[in-house]
Design a protein around this ligand. Structure first.
Ligand code: ADP
Length: 509
């Protein structure tokens, strides 16, 4: 095992990797931007190196600066997390060329799966079913229209270099294709510096089901079951679970075989995910392979008992997987809610500010993977995901109940978050029955947003109000603060009631 590892990331995933390092006796080196000088990952790592100003293009995306930091601190390996440089082939290569170990698949496998069109060709050659469509970039709108006509509308234009739902356009009519192609290309150029766009059939009403694979350097490739990620907004996942209510043992085996075939065709090693669309008839189509650890990996960890991040390190260090496929027996149900700094009551508008107060859920079956703490400053520089709330329970319905309870315990004051949205989802009949597809949320968002949040957190609101009042009292501009249980009248210096700022006035009415 390495003695020291550098983490080329921030936020919750940096902390997740630091935890794995500590459990394996590996020293960790954090990198950080000026905006993150007081971030938890900087404090928790054994060492930390400042790599540049707040914009990620000047810090977390500076591969050469990050590699230099690793060399200077004597780190032997680099873990890229997800996002940022995690799926950049050139970075994986540069890490290797600098004599360091890359915690992930070989650069060649990243390249093979890096472009969606290349990945589609590879999957087709491996016998893995893909969504009908092209395997090369479109020349122009005429070609797009001809291909679209051949398999019928709606179709989906997709950036070959795509990620995070960017550069995608659904087209319902032939006459809209030219404008959609132009705007998809523009978005793709801005996001990825590559305007290649291809077309595939838009599948109506499928689920998003993905298969986790884990392969060592000695030829063993294991399947760690599926995750369902159908609760999506703008093609971005919001809730993930394992297993999937829609996957039978037989289907799991067939999807698993298809995933392993695609992964092996790419020469895959380490943790990776094959994403599929699963339609109502049980037909499934390969979408892409994510050649890195995924945001939603904890749900797989909770049902399989396999620590994916630890195994990423151990595999990169050359260890053999000590278990066989029959040893992987998923147990119970796990669910994850992404807690983002977005306001569900206001079209998920990004929210910024300081986290004044944070109360984290705990108790049986609850895991909180977070990059924030009380006092954290939330800016627009980085992804709005603040934390992930993950639960485990013996059955799906118990997991939903547990998630609901945990969300009620969660209090984040100072920025708007997606918490109330998730509470409403846990109460939603369709979700509780598992009758969800990837287009469901867009159709129900309005109705979900207009339901008042449940009456919760009264006691904690009282504590929060008192704490806020205390804080304001000790602030230079002295304020009078009284909080009585009945009247909720903790007035503060700026004239806003501490009860109101505690965000729970509704609950008291
Ligand atoms: P990205 O890499 O940008 O995340 P993906 O190819 O993984 O793009 O697709 C993201 C999401 O977009 C999928 O989870 C699914 O919800 C939706 N999607 C992608 N392709 C199709 C398709 N052909 N038909 C319907 N929905 C699709």
């Amino acid at each position: 095992m390495f003695s020291k590892l550098l983490i080329a990331n921030r936020g919750e995933i940096a902390l997740r990797v630091i935890r794995a390092c500590r459990e394996l006796g590996v020293r960790s080196v954090a990198v950080y931007s000026e905006a993150d000088a007081r971030a938890p990952h900087v404090r928790e790592a054994d060492e930390a190196v400042l790599i540049g100003p707040a914009p990620s293009s000047e810090s977390y995306l500076k591969g050469d600066v990050i590699i230099a930091a690793a060399v200077r601190t004597g780190a032997e390996a680099i873990h890229p997390g997800y996002g940022f440089l995690s799926e950049r082939e050139w970075f994986a290569r540069a890490v290797r060329d600098a004599g360091l170990v890359w915690i992930g698949p070989p650069a060649e496998a990243i390249a093979a799966m890096g472009s969606k069109t290349a990945a589609r060709s590879l999957a087709i050659a491996a016998g893995t079913p893909v969504v009908p469509g092209t395997t090369s970039a479109l020349r122009d709108a005429d070609e797009a229209a001809t291909v679209a006509d051949s398999f019928g509308y709606p179709v989906l234009l997709k950036a070959a270099a795509g990620g995070g739902g960017k550069g995608m356009r659904v087209v319902h009519r032939r006459e809209d294709i030219a404008a959609a192609l132009q705007s998809a290309r523009r978005e793709a150029t801005n996001a990825f510096g590559d305007d290649a766009v291809y077309v595939e059939k838009y599948i109506v009403g499928p689920r998003h089901v993905e298969i986790q694979v884990l392969g060592d350097q000695h030829g063993t490739m294991l399947l760690l079951g599926e995750r369902e990620c159908s609760v999506q907004r703008r093609h971005q996942k919001m809730i993930e679970e394992a297993p999937s209510i829609a996957v039978s043992d037989d289907l799991r085996e067939r999807m698993g075989t298809a995933a392993v075939a695609a992964a092996r065709a790419a020469g895959y090693v380490n943790a990776g995910t094959c994403e599929f669309l699963l339609d109502a008839t049980g037909a499934f189509y390969f979408l892409e392979m994510n050649t890195r650890i995924q945001v939603e990996h904890p749900v797989t960890e909770l049902v399989t008992g396999v620590d994916l991040v630890q195994w990423q390190l151990r595999i990169a260090a050359g260890e053999r997987l000590p278990f066989a496929q029959q040893d992987i027996r998923p147990r119970g149900w796990a669910m994850e809610c992404r807690i983002t700094s977005e306001d569900p009551a206001n079209s998920f508008l990004p929210s910024t500010g300081r986290v004044h107060f944070l109360h984290v859920p705990s108790g049986p079956g609850v895991r909180w993977d977070s990059g924030i703490e009380t006092g954290s400053e939330i800016s627009l520089h980085y992804d709005p995901m603040l934390a992930k709330l993950i639960v485990w329970a013996p059955t799906r319905i118990e997991a939903i109940g547990r998630m609901h309870r945990a969300l009620l315990e969660l209090t984040i004051e100072g920025v708007d978050t997606s918490r109330d949205f998730h509470l409403r989802m846990m109460e939603n009949d369709d979700f509780r029955r598992g009758a969800i597809d990837i287009q469901w949320l867009e159709q129900h968002l309005q109705a979900l947003s207009s339901v008042a949040p449940p009456r919760t957190g009264v006691i904690r609101a009282a504590i929060a109000a008192v704490l806020l009042a205390e804080r304001d009292r000790s602030a230079p501009q002295r304020a009078t603060a009284t909080a009585t249980t009945g009247a909720a009248s903790a007035a503060t210096g700026n004239g806003v009631s501490a009860w109101t700022r505690a965000g729970r006035l509704d609950a008291l009415r």
